[in-house]
Design a protein around this ligand. Structure first.
Ligand code: PLP
Length: 301
C-alpha cells in the first residue's frame, strides 16, 4: 500500500439539495483498510518515509483514538510490534477499544496525561536497551510525512473537481495543513475550512499552519480553523452534533459523534450563515470515525 491511495469522491445530490449546495463527499472512510479514515493515509506515508521498517513503533493517544487503533492495525499487517501510551478513563466504551488493541497484539500502558512523555521515553529506552530498532510517531501522526500524504491527496482531488470549499474535521492539524498546501500548489480559489474537534482556535490554527509549512505552503497562507462546533470538547457532544450525525445517517452517510459529526455540524452552521449557496460546490472530506460511532454510548456535554 502506498501514500497515493485512492478513495471515492461521491456526489450526494439528495442531501446537497436539502442543504442548498452541490455536495461532494471525499470518502476516506472507504479507503481499502479496516475501519478506515485519515489516519491510514498519514501512518502509511510516515512508515514509507523511513529507511526501513523498525522493530517497534511507539505512539500515544486517547484510548479510543483512531490514530492508535490504525497504527496497531498497520503494525499487525506488516509484522511490526506496536506499543501505545494511552490516556483516558477505562470505562465500558474503552473496554471495546482496548480489546481490539489486544487482539491486534499491540502492547499499551494507560497513564495520566501528565505522564505521557515520560512513558514514551521509558518504552523507547527499554526497547533500545534490548537491542530493538524503534520509531516514535507523534500523537495523531502529526508529522511532515502525514501532512505530505494529504497534500498529495488534495492534488488528486483537484484533478477530479474544482470546489468552492473543502470542509473537514481538524484535530492535530496535519490533515488540514496538507490539504491547505495541496490547494495552494494548485492556485485554486478554494477555502479549506477545518472544524475543530477539540482545540481552541489559536493553538489549533498554529498547528495547522505548522503542518501546511511542512507540506510546502508559504508562511502567510490563510488558515480557517473554526472552534465553535467543539460541542463540549474532545469525545463529548450535545444536540448540535447529535443532530448532524442523525442527518448524515438518515441520508446513508455514516457520521460519528467525535469527529465527522462535528465537522458536519460545522458545515450546516456555515450554510445557515449564508457562506455557501446552490452555486457552491462543497467537498465534505470524510475522515473516518466509524469505530467512534460503533464503540461508544453517546456521551453528552
Ligand atoms: C476520524 C478523524 N477525523 C479527523 C481527525 C483529525 O485529524 P488531524 O489530527 O490530522 O487533524 C482524526 C484524528 O484523530 C480522526 O480520527
Amino acid at each position: 500500500m502506498t501514500s497515493s491511495m485512492i478513495s471515492p469522491l461521491e456526489a450526494h445530490d439528495a442531501l446537497g439539495d436539502e442543504l442548498g449546495v452541490r455536495l461532494l463527499v471525499k470518502r476516506d472512510d472507504l479507503l481499502p483498510f479496516p475501519l478506515a479514515g485519515n489516519k491510514v493515509r498519514k501512518i502509511i506515508a510516515e512508515l514509507d518515509s523511513l529507511e526501513g521498517p523498525p522493530e517497534l513503533l511507539i505512539s500515544n493517544g486517547a484510548i479510543g483514538s483512531n490514530h492508535c487503533r490504525t497504527l496497531a492495525l498497520v503494525g499487525a499487517q506488516r509484522g511490526i510490534r506496536v506499543h501505545l501510551v494511552l490516556h483516558g478513563e477505562v470505562n465500558n466504551d474503552a473496554q471495546v477499544a482496548l480489546r481490539l488493541l489486544k487482539d491486534l497484539h499491540a502492547s499499551f500502558d494507560v497513564v495520566d496525561p501528565g505522564g505521557i512523555s515520560q512513558a514514551i521515553r521509558d518504552a523507547q529506552a527499554s526497547a533500545l536497551s534490548a537491542g530493538s530498532t524503534v520509531h516514535v510517531i507523534a500523537g495523531g501522526c502529526h508529522t511532515a510525512a502525514g501532512a505530505g500524504a494529504y497534500r498529495d491527496a488534495a492534488a488528486d482531488l483537484l484533478e477530479e473537481c474544482s470546489p468552492t470549499a473543502i470542509v473537514l474535521a481538524s484535530g492535530t492539524g496535519a490533515t488540514q495543513g496538507g490539504i491547505v498546501a495541496g490547494v495552494a500548489d494548485h492556485r485554486l480559489e478554494c477555502e479549506v475550512i477545518g472544524i475543530s474537534i477539540a482545540r481552541p482556535a489559536g493553538r489549533g490554527a498554529d498547528s495547522v499552519r505548522e503542518a501546511a509549512r511542512w507540506a510546502g505552503a508559504s508562511d502567510n497562507v490563510d488558515i480557517d480553523f473554526l472552534d465553535e462546533y467543539r460541542d463540549g470538547g474532545y469525545g463529548l457532544h450535545g444536540p448540535e452534533t447529535d443532530n448532524a450525525v442523525k442527518m448524515g445517517w438518515a441520508h446513508g452517510l455514516p457520521l460519528d459523534p467525535v469527529y465527522t459529526g462535528k465537522a458536519f455540524a460545522g458545515l450546516l452552521g456555515l450554510i445557515a450563515q449564508g457562506r455557501f449557496n446552490r452555486q457552491s460546490t462543497v467537498v465534505f472530506w470524510h475522515t473516518g470515525g466509524l469505530a467512534n460511532y460503533l464503540f461508544s454510548n453517546r456521551k453528552t456535554a
